[in-house]
Ligand binder design. Structure first.
Ligand code: SF4
Length: 354
């Protein structure tokens, strides 16, 4: 066994699930252990909340030690845990190089959703976003994305007594700007942890090449698009990404995505008082989505320090916007922001700690 344990530590969950299987089974063979150990170890990783190989009690102690020297399960340490009155639990995780990212557990009666981060910070600078305000730090590795799920799953079971039912890539960062790691993590959640593809949503501000890449994948992952404005001019004011991928190109990619996947697409629209909540904009939005099977989530703006003048739209403006979409046959719903008392919107906990 000694020759097998003297190399550097590998993150066992970085890379697609077949790499994990191959890496483990090669190592088990090197150690002269029977091949069933690979399945045993995989079961510990995917089906339980163990944080290290030393907790795998049906694996021989010498093999546990050897595994721990060769591989890492990328345990994350929480720097802060915030619990909201509405049941939302937000973690600020400290990564091995000191970077910090957030994930949020959001319980409702029907679902327990985990919102996770795909980058430390974000380069895209959307003006309504707390994460955008402090810029890009680095890409997350697939293992770090998956680790948020693993750690949160344990918290969910211990504190909420139920499993995570849905995962959304809607925390810090733009998932399609970290495409390889995100796809590896999606595949690991799906093929390894057994989460149904329809329970996993990738949320993007509209990186067209990434949308096209997701469309080519065989799994029917859900797609959500942060739209926030129905015209090129207004979107450009709110979201610099509009310069690279204008709204017409974005909708072209969404129509192609739908033609391939036959899945409803979610459109996220944050309503900022006097900025993007005019009824006329709702009419333009309805024209824009004509022929696309979509659902519009209307989200009252969550105030952030970098935009002191922006406020959430008042109730009557939100209702008028929603009614205009209703009249034009565009399915929509007003979403209640969760965890406001713990700064649960993307990037806010990280921002409050700087
Ligand atoms: S909304 Fe998303 S893409 Fe835009 S700055 Fe925030 S994290 Fe980045």
């Amino acid at each position: 066994m000694s020759s097998a344990v003297e190399t550097a530590t590998h993150e066992v969950l970085s890379g697609p699930p077949e790499d994990l299987r191959q890496g483990l089974s090669d190592f088990i063979a090197e150690c002269g252990e029977p091949s069933f150990r690979t399945r045993q170890i995989e079961a510990w990783i995917f089906e339980t909340g163990v944080r290290g190989f030393d907790e795998m009690t049906n694996v021989p102690p010498a093999l546990r030690t050897a595994l721990g020297k060769r591989f890492s399960l990328t345990p994350l340490e929480p720097e802060t845990v915030a619990r909201s009155n509405d049941g939302t639990i937000k973690h600020l995780w400290r990564l091995d190089d000191g970077e910090r990212v957030e994930s949020v557990l959001i319980p409702t009666r029907a679902r327990l959703t985990l919102c996770l981060s795909s980058q430390a910070g974000c380069a895209l600078g959307c003006r309504f976003c707390a994460t955008g305000a402090f810029g890009f730090r680095r890409q997350l590795r697939s293992a770090e994305i998956v680790a948020q799920y693993r750690e949160s799953r344990r918290v969910a079971e211990q504190e909420l007594g139920r499993p995570i039912s849905n995962v959304v890539y809607m925390g810090m960062g733009e998932p399609l700007a970290n495409l390889d790691a995100v796809i590896d993590s999606l595949r690991t959640l799906h093929d390894g942890f057994g989460l149904g593809a329809r329970r996993i949503t990738v949320s993007t501000v509209g990186l067209v090449p990434g949308i096209r890449e997701l469309a080519r994948r065989p799994e029917p992952f859900e797609l959500a698009v942060s739209l926030h404005a129905p015209t090129h001019e207004l979107r450009l004011e709110l979201m610099p990404i509009e310069k690279r991928y204008p709204i017409t190109e974005l909708f072209g990619a969404l129509r192609d995505y739908q033609a391939r996947k036959n899945r409803r697409i979610s459109l996220e629209y944050t309503l900022i008082n006097g900025v993007n909540d005019d009824e006329e904009l709702a009419r333009i939005l309805a024209d824009q989505v004509h022929g696309l099977t979509c659902f519009v989530n209307l989200i009252p703006f969550n105030p952030i320090p970098s935009q002191p003048d922006w406020k959430a739209s008042p109730r009557r403006r939100i209702e008028a916007f929603s009614a205009t979409l209703d009249e034009r046959g565009v399915p929509n719903a007003v979403r209640t922001p969760r965890g406001r008392d713990i700064a649960a919107a993307c990037g806010q906990l990280r921002l409050s700690q700087t």
